[in-house]
Design a protein around this ligand. Structure first.
Ligand code: HEC
Ligand code: HEC
Length: 221
């Protein structure tokens, strides 16, 4: 323990890295996607268009979340998902009334999970490009290779930026990431960009780069 304290005193930079790592938490849309895949995709479909496998079997039409969610506030979305606040929203919008088989999600998710789910619904309604590889693999690679420059949250303020005097791309800006196609992002990662964005071609495999593309997109807010 003593030597640990010494390391922290001697290497302020290292201390910073450790503190950054301690506070690591996945971005809301990433967490929301995880829950969506387990609990919602079966009806609402992979891209949120309401074409999930169960929907077809049950002959019901779940909402196309990519269009409906835009006009809804967070508080209404919370009520629809949890099934709470019945008197204030009209019958059609109440999720648990849609179908007898529909669970009341309020007993399943806590507040922060609902927030993450909403972040992912908003992500789907904005997304112009589909996700490619497994974001979980992307998260691990991002932590290992990218966050020193692009920052834990992806907003481009990693600890290396001050040292190098650079401004990496802000991945939390959905307009910026949406303006790039998957192929363009893959090319920048494999071949590098400008003076300071390294080329990862010989370090990260093509499949893993695709996983990074998914993770980078989920960083957008
Ligand atoms: C058993 C199928 C089913 C599952 C599972 C399901 N939904 Fe739905 N959902 C529906 C149906 C059907 C509707 C359409 C309601 C309508 O338009 O009357 C709907 C509507 C919605 C709406 C309202 C859209 C709008 O703005 O009008 C939201 C939001 C929503 N679902 C979110 C979710 C989330 C989040 C999950 C996972 C936690 C989920 N749903 C799981 C069937 C399902
Ligand atoms: C040494 C710092 C550094 C590291 C490490 C780094 N980047 Fe970058 N990155 C940059 C800088 C600087 C830019 C802006 C380049 C420019 O536009 O000139 C950038 C830009 C990008 C862009 C935008 C490219 C475009 O076409 O506009 C993507 C995507 C990206 N980085 C992904 C990654 C990924 C994924 C990793 C980890 C595998 C990573 N970066 C690691 C510094 C870094």
């Amino acid at each position: 323990m003593k030597s640990f304290v010494w390391i922290m005193l001697l290497h302020p930079l290292l201390a910073l890295v450790m503190i950054q790592q301690a506070s690591a938490s996945p971005p809301p849309a990433y967490e929301g996607r995880r829950l969506y895949v387990s609990y919602c995709q079966l009806c609402h479909g992979t891209g949120g268009k309401g074409d999930g496998a169960l929907a077809k079997a049950m002959k019901i039409s779940p909402a196309d979340l990519t269009t409906t969610v835009r006009s809804r506030s967070d508080s209404i979305l919370t009520k629809i998902i949890t099934g709470e606040g019945k008197p204030t929203i009209s019958g059609r919008d109440r999720h648990n009334l849609i179908n007898e088989a529909m669970p009341e999600w309020k007993n399943i998710f806590d507040k922060s999970q609902i927030k993450s789910l909403i972040a992912y619904l908003r992500f789907m309604s904005r997304a112009k490009h589909s996700l490619m590889g497994d974001p979980k693999v992307g998260l691990e690679l991002y932590q290992k290779y990218c966050k020193v420059c692009h920052g834990e949250d992806g907003d481009g303020d990693g600890i290396m930026t001050n040292l190098l005097g650079i401004m990496p791309m802000d991945h939390t800006n959905s307009n910026e990431t949406n303006s790039l196609t998957n192929a363009e992002i893959i090319k920048s990662i494999l071949d590098g960009k400008g003076r300071f964005m390294p080329a990862w071609r010989n370090i990260i495999s093509q499949g893993d780069v695709e996983a990074l593309v998914s993770y980078i997109r989920l960083l957008s807010q």
